[in-house]
Write a protein that binds this ligand. Structure first.
Ligand code: NIG
Ligand code: FE
Length: 399
C-alpha cells in the first residue's frame, strides 16, 4: 500500500504518455493494458496493469484510452461581450481584418472586474470539461495601463501562464500617434502588467504593429524578465516569424502564411527541449471562424519544426475552447496524423510554454489526464464533434 491519498487509474487499454526513450513505440510513448498511480497530485508510477501497486482509491478506465490533459498555449479569455453578428457577417462574405478587436476593447473597459472574472471562470471551466488542464491567458482587450493590469491580475487567478498583450492593436485614442502608444506600452503599461505576467506578446501584422514597433516592445518585455511569444503571419506574409526566432521566442503563433525562409528559420531553432527552440503554434479555430486557408502543418513537420495546437479562444476570430475540435481540424485540414495532432495539443503546447511538468505522463509530472470515452486517441479525430472526454483529473483530483 502506498501513501495515503494515492489513486490508481487502472485497466487503461491505451495510455498515451508522450514520454519517449522509455522503450515504448512512437512519440506518443504508448503503453497498452497499463495503469498509472497518482500521489500528491503527481504521477508516481506508470506500468503494466498486472503488477500495479495497491492504492487508497481506484478509477477503472474500463479498457479506454488515457491521454495527458490538453495544454492550450494560446487563449484570450479576459473580455466582455461577444461578436456573433461579426461572425455572421463573415459567413455572409465579409473578410476578417482584426478591426473588431476595438469593439471588444470598448466592452471590456466598460465591464466591472466581477464580470471579467466570471467570463474567465466560465471559459476556463468550459475548457476543463473538454480536457484542457493547462491554459495560457492573454490580456489585450484593455489597452490602458489600468485595464491591462486588471486583465492580467484576473488572468493570474486562473493560470500560471499569463501573457501581456498590450500591443494587440493601437487603440482608437492613439490612432494617429502609434509611436506614443508604443512608448506607453514599454513604459507605464509594462511596469503595471509585468508583476502579473510570465510572457509578452505582440500582434505583428499589417494594421496592428510593424516589425520595428514589435521588436521594441518585445525587447522591453524581455528586459523586464518576460518570455517572448508573437502573433505572426496570420493575415498575410510578414516579418513576425523571423522576428520571433531572432528574439528566441518560445512560440510564434498562427503561422498561416509562411515563406520557405520562415520555415527554415524555425527549423534551425531545433526541436529538442532546448531553451532556444521556437515552436510554431497553429490555431485552426481562427481559420475555421474567419473562413481562411489553414496553415500547412505537414510542411512544418517535414522540415523538423516543433508544432503545437491551441484554440486562440477569443470573441472575434475563434470563439471555441475545444482542443478536440482543433485536433480534428488539424488532421482533416492541415495534413497532420492523429498521433501528431494529439502530441501537438499536449506535449507541443507544453513546449510552447517551456514547461516540462505538463503534457506528459511520467513520474514527477503533474497528474493531469483525460480518460477518453474511446479505446484509442485516434477517435479524437475519427469521431469529430462527439463528447469523448469521460473524466478529467487535474493535479490528481477528479473534476
Ligand atoms: O489571435 N490576431 C489577433 N488577435 C486575435 C483575434 C482577436 C479578435 O479578433 O478579437 C487572434 O486571432
Ligand atoms: Fe490570438
Amino acid at each position: 500500500m502506498r501513501g495515503s491519498g494515492s489513486l490508481l487509474v487502472d485497466n487503461i487499454g491505451e495510455l498515451v504518455t508522450n514520454a519517449s526513450g522509455d522503450g515504448t513505440g512512437g512519440p506518443l510513448g504508448i503503453h497498452r493494458d497499463a495503469a498509472l498511480l497518482v500521489e500528491d497530485g503527481q504521477v508516481a508510477w506508470v506500468g503494466p496493469a498486472r503488477g500495479a501497486p495497491a492504492a487508497d482509491r481506484r478509477i477503472d478506465a474500463g479498457g479506454a484510452a488515457v491521454i495527458p490533459g490538453f495544454v492550450d498555449s494560446h487563449a484570450h479569455l479576459v473580455f466582455a461581450g461577444d461578436r456573433a453578428a461579426e461572425f455572421a457577417a463573415r459567413m455572409a462574405g465579409q473578410p476578417y481584418t482584426g478591426g473588431g478587436i476595438r469593439t471588444t476593447v470598448g466592452a471590456t473597459r466598460a465591464a466591472p472586474d466581477s464580470e471579467l472574472r466570471a467570463t474567465v471562470r466560465r471559459l476556463r471551466d468550459e475548457a476543463l470539461r473538454q480536457g484542457t488542464t493547462t491554459i495560457e491567458i492573454k490580456s489585450g482587450y484593455g489597452l490602458t495601463v489600468a485595464d491591462e493590469a486588471r486583465s492580467l491580475r484576473i488572468a493570474a487567478e486562473f493560470s500560471e501562464d499569463t501573457t501581456f498583450l498590450g500591443a494587440h492593436v493601437v487603440p482608437a485614442e492613439y490612432a494617429d500617434r502609434p509611436d506614443d502608444y508604443v512608448g506607453m506600452v514599454c513604459g507605464p503599461m509594462l511596469a503595471a502588467a509585468a508583476p502579473y505576467a510570465r510572457w509578452i506578446d505582440v500582434f505583428c501584422e499589417r494594421g496592428a504593429f510593424d516589425v520595428d514597433h514589435a521588436r521594441a516592445i518585445l525587447a522591453c518585455g524581455q528586459a523586464a524578465g518576460l518570455g517572448v511569444r508573437v502573433h505572426a503571419n496570420q493575415l498575410g506574409p510578414g516579418p513576425g516569424v523571423q522576428l520571433g526566432v531572432e528574439l528566441g521566442a518560445a512560440s510564434v503563433d498562427h503561422c498561416t502564411h509562411l515563406s520557405d525562409a520562415d520555415v527554415d528559420a524555425l527549423a534551425a531553432t531545433g526541436t529538442g527541449d532546448g531553451a532556444a527552440s521556437t515552436v510554431a503554434t497553429l490555431l485552426p479555430g481562427a481559420e475555421f471562424s474567419t473562413r481562411s486557408p489553414y496553415p500547412d502543418a505537414r510542411r512544418l513537420l517535414d522540415a523538423g519544426v516543433t508544432v503545437a495546437l491551441a484554440t486562440d479562444c477569443n470573441p472575434g476570430s475563434s470563439y471555441t475552447s475545444s482542443m478536440p475540435f482543433c485536433i480534428a481540424l488539424a488532421v482533416r485540414e492541415m495534413r497532420m496524423t492523429p498521433a501528431e495532432a494529439v502530441w501537438a495539443a499536449t506535449a507541443g503546447g507544453a513546449r510552447a510554454l517551456r514547461r516540462d511538468d505538463v503534457g506528459v505522463l511520467r513520474p514527477g509530472a503533474r497528474a493531469d489526464l483525460i480518460v477518453l470515452d474511446a479505446p484509442t486517441h485516434l477517435h479524437l479525430a475519427y469521431r469529430p464533434g462527439v463528447p469523448l472526454i469521460r473524466q478529467v483529473l487535474h493535479n490528481g483530483v477528479p473534476q
